[in-house]
Ligand binder design. Sequence first.
Ligand code: NAI
Length: 241
Amino acid sequence: MNVKNKIVVITGGARGIGKQTAEVFKAKDAKVIIADYDEENGEKTASDLNIEFIRVDVSDQNSVKNLFSKIDEKYGQLDVLINNAGTTADGFLVKMDEDAWDKVIDVNLKGVFNCGKEAAKRMMNKGEGVIINTASVVGLYGNVGQTNYAASKFGVIGLTKTWSKELAPKGVRVNAVAPGFVETEMLDSVPDKILDDIRNKTPLKRLGKTEDIANAYLYLASEEASFVNGNVLSVDGGLVL
Ligand code: NAI
């Protein structure tokens, strides 16, 4: 799958799925920039992989504008944006406070809007580009204790479908990946019993690995996926919540 010399920005690239994605794209000779608000892990990942790190808070429009200005200055173009940054603040509906709602919506939904908007302007001017958003199996079926997260990820699918219609005439493809449960630090707060249930409910009888998602991003970003647009690619072992 060809992404050679493409300028690829991966939000949430400091750790987890984003870090793995940076490694996979780097191995395919893309020019990778990871953008994350975790400075310590961001610097470490960038130095380990010999790629660039730029600090950003995706929920803050000024911080996102600053990220894309830096990319303009240094690279003069942008080929692929992977909107991968995400967070959780789980709780039952009746116990979920406003802060937990706002935090998850601000990062997972507004963050995708902020980065997608800046990237789209540049890609439309160039007449080509790829945006990949990160949904979730929870954004397809909902999940107990994840009102905020499910709403954000259903929203991400809505953005993806809309942008794929708006931007395709300008040469920009937009798709989403909907991961199942993937072994990263994001699952640290999920009790083992629930993870066992998920494994059992998954026809392939395992959780996802970061490579599973990174390879799906790679396919959607590549020239080989040039006719794939407006799609939500489930990478979840067949899990239905
Ligand atoms: P993770 O928690 O390991 O990594 C998320 C990264 O996003 C971290 O490096 C964090 O610093 C960064 N981030 C969080 N808020 C940010 C902000 N405001 N600005 C910039 N960066 C920010 O999570 P993981 O598992 O790697 O998840 C990656 C994506 O995949 C997320 O969108 C998540 O919702 C999604 N996903 C993950 C699943 C899983 O089971 N791990 C399942 C389904 C979807």
